[in-house]
Design a protein. Structure first.
Length: 335
């Protein structure tokens, strides 16, 4: 076969192939059903400054993976008003339910499977979403509620944004020793705050865990020191921690979970208290005196988990003993 004839065959095959492809595209094309400009594909939503309308429903942020610790917003309207049921909103949010809507039911908040209008008290606690309530499924959940300190409903009972939060408190024993003239409450607190054993994650000032007088007793610390009765208590020694009690009442019921020695403490420390946290008359004259043979103070001991941890024995105020201290940590437990 001559070279000229081979070139002819290849050219013919190429032309035939192109003809078949062109025929496919011609027959696959569908003629518009309407005259221009009707029947055009709707313009897509874009980032222009022009107002745009969409006749169908619009779903946004349907994939929860887009939400992160730094991006928690599903929809932001930074400027202008928002209208629901109206095209002319006159406030940041205007809702027009029309003549057929139930008065006041246009806006509801749903939480824990209970949907409640913002004006209505659905849980019977005397509060509404507009006035102090944050969960109409639970009568114990509202601003200022203290129910979370005694119950475990698994809800944000005090509307703080946390579910059933309980602060963690630390007990620690000072590195330094002191005679009974601690300088009263202020002097004892100062020793605790400046001691090298103070935990690094104390949330603010520490205080001496001592009873001073009838108005300043350990058992009154929820009032005098703002101690949360539902808080959990841990011994803390240089970051080594061991639970002492599940709550304030548990701490003062005569027995704790673990003695201070379980985190490495070995000491006798001033407390001036009875086992229930009330003041004992032996308190070195309100922690101001140390005259030998005249002034005495009650102390606790680190080796026992019974009431001895708070009220072990009485010592001459001239003795040098360590000091029991407390602070609120920066951590919470949830239950």
């Amino acid at each position: 076969m001559s070279e000229k004839f081979q070139k002819f065959i290849l050219s013919a095959v190429g032309v035939l192939t192109m003809s078949i492809l062109l025929s496919y595209f011609i027959f696959a094309w569908t003629e518009p059903s309407q005259s221009p400009p009707q029947g055009n594909v709707p313009a897509p939503l874009n980032v222009s400054l022009n107002p745009q309308a969409k006749e169908g429903s619009l779903l946004i942020a349907t994939n929860p993976s887009i939400l992160t610790a730094t991006n928690t917003a599903g929809l932001i309207v930074q400027y202008g008003n928002v209208g629901i049921g109206t095209t002319t909103p006159v406030a940041k949010l205007t809702i027009d339910a029309g003549s057929g809507g139930g008065a006041g039911n246009e806006l509801q908040i749903c939480k824990n499977d209970v949907c409640c209008p913002i004006w209505k008290d659905c849980d019977g606690d005397g509060k509404t979403y507009g006035y102090g309530d944050c969960d109409e499924s639970d009568p114990n959940s509202y601003v200022g509620s203290t129910a979370y300190t005694t119950s475990s409903g698994g809800k944000d009972m005090n509307c703080s944004g946390r579910i059933e939060e309980y602060p963690i408190y630390y007990l620690y024993i000072t590195n330094a020793k002191y005679r009974g003239n601690l300088g009263g409450r202020s002097g004892a607190d100062n020793y605790c705050n400046n001691d090298s054993n103070k935990p690094t994650d104390c949330d603010g000032n520490a205080w001496a865990f001592i009873s001073v007088d009838n108005w300043d007793e350990i058992r009154n610390m929820p009032n005098t020191k703002g101690v949360d009765r539902g808080g959990v208590w841990f011994w803390n020694n240089g970051g080594t921690k061991k639970k002492a009690a599940d709550s304030w009442n548990d701490l003062l019921d005569g027995t704790i979970y673990s003695p201070a020695q379980d985190v490495g403490y070995s000491a006798v420390y001033w407390t001036g208290s009875n086992p229930d946290g009330s003041v004992n008359s032996n308190n070195c004259d309100h922690w101001l005196m140390f005259l030998p043979g005249t002034h005495y103070g009650v102390a606790g001991i680190s080796w026992w988990r019974d009431s001895s941890w708070l009220s072990y024995s009485t010592y001459d105020c001239n003795y040098y003993l360590k000091l029991l201290c407390a602070c609120k940590s920066m951590s919470y437990v949830y239950r």
